[in-house]
Design a protein around this ligand. Sequence first.
Ligand SMILES: C[S@@+](CC[C@H](N)C(=O)[O-])C[C@H]1O[C@@H](n2cnc3c(N)ncnc32)[C@H](O)[C@@H]1O
Length: 158
Amino acid sequence: MSRLDSMLRRFAAQRDGLNWAAEQTADLAGDALDLGLGNGRTYDHMREVMPNRRIWVIDRVLQCHPSCTPPEADFLMGEAEPMLQKLVDNTARIIMVHYDFGFGIKEKDVAEAARLSPLIASIMLPGGMVVSGQPLVGMQQIKGPDSIAPDRYLFYRT
Ligand SMILES: C[S@@+](CC[C@H](N)C(=O)[O-])C[C@H]1O[C@@H](n2cnc3c(N)ncnc32)[C@H](O)[C@@H]1O
């Protein structure tokens, strides 16, 4: 598969997965969290499909498209662990997480996702959902929407 095809499938999976998780959690109270602002594409989509939720965002840098800049109070700029710890300390109530951290080096990305999993789990409300590009540990993996091939994007319930 060409890298272009692979990228298009990944973007479609992100969009379909976020739409599905937003629907699944629509009746539950709580905030959302986007891990990895990057260009701001997924943050922009999350705010479109969850217009009434507060959406926290963590990234070590602010380098998104200007139209996708999160409100200052919702953007935690820094390394993942201390920023997640801030949410723990502030007793954040998170119902939906999108995990999109990564360097593009599979072993490093998988190891980081495993290391961050307990912190992510600790801020989640019961019945919450994590939509992830990397495998997480210690959470119940569930089947996502039929349009997404198994293992292309991953889904967890807390
Ligand atoms: C793949 S990009 C995110 C793309 C974004 N979701 C979008 O749709 O544009 C990954 C982002 O995660 C951030 N990142 C990766 N590892 C991180 C870490 N350990 N702590 C904080 N930010 C991290 C990078 O700076 C980068 O902006």
